[in-house]
Design a protein around this ligand. Structure first.
Ligand code: PNS
Length: 168
């Protein structure tokens, strides 16, 4: 069975992430979407919430499973028997960091390959940070995220802004 791992912070999951996961699911028999715990000091969503959002977006992907990990990605890949790490590459600016990570991961575990899928051009500019920035400033995020989670993201931003207001 060919297994792959799609890692990330997914705070929150975007259509760009889902595109990479869907395409990976066509290439591999099983895909583990691995959510990094404690990736950001102040994430918008807890790990449990991020998992829930991902699962709701991926209900029609029978060979995709959402899991969490802490520590090294290669160790997580080994735990799940994944021979490949799949990452999306948006632009040249992503390349240097991703190339460095791929080389480090190769050094840490030579048995695990990193594969890069070029991001669909319609998602070239998209990131979780952009989604949060647009939502915080009252913009429409419908074209950036899955409809199943759009409301949750908007509500989380409203909650975050209210909490900031209270702390003032
Ligand atoms: O969505 P992100 O934040 O770009 O995802 C980054 C992620 C989770 C892929 C990366 O931070 C990661 O692999 N973290 C685990 C620690 C690790 O193995 N680092 C590489 C060797 S230093």
């Amino acid at each position: 069975m060919r297994k792959a791992i799609c890692p990330g912070s997914f705070d929150p999951v975007t259509l760009g992430h889902l595109d990479i996961i869907s395409r990976s699911a066509k290439l591999f028999d099983k895909v583990y979407v691995a959510v990094l715990k404690n990736s950001e000091k102040k994430p918008l969503f807890t790990v449990e919430e991020r998992i829930d959002l991902l699962r709701r977006c991926l209900t029609d992907h029978a060979n995709v499973e959402v899991v969490t990990f802490s520590g090294l990605l290669v160790d997580c890949a080994k735990t799940y028997g994944a021979a490949a790490i799949v990452k999306g590459l948006r632009a040249v600016t992503d390349f240097e960091y991703e190339f460095q990570m791929a080389l480090i991961n190769k050094k840490l575990n030579p048995g695990i390959e990193t594969l890069f899928l070029n991001t669909n051009e319609q998602y070239m500019y998209l990131s979780s940070s952009v989604v949060k920035e647009v939502a915080r400033n009252g913009g429409d995020i419908a074209c950036f995220v899955h409809p199943a989670v759009e409301k949750d993201i908007r509500n989380a931003i409203i909650k975050e802004m209210k909490e900031k207001e209270i702390r003032k």
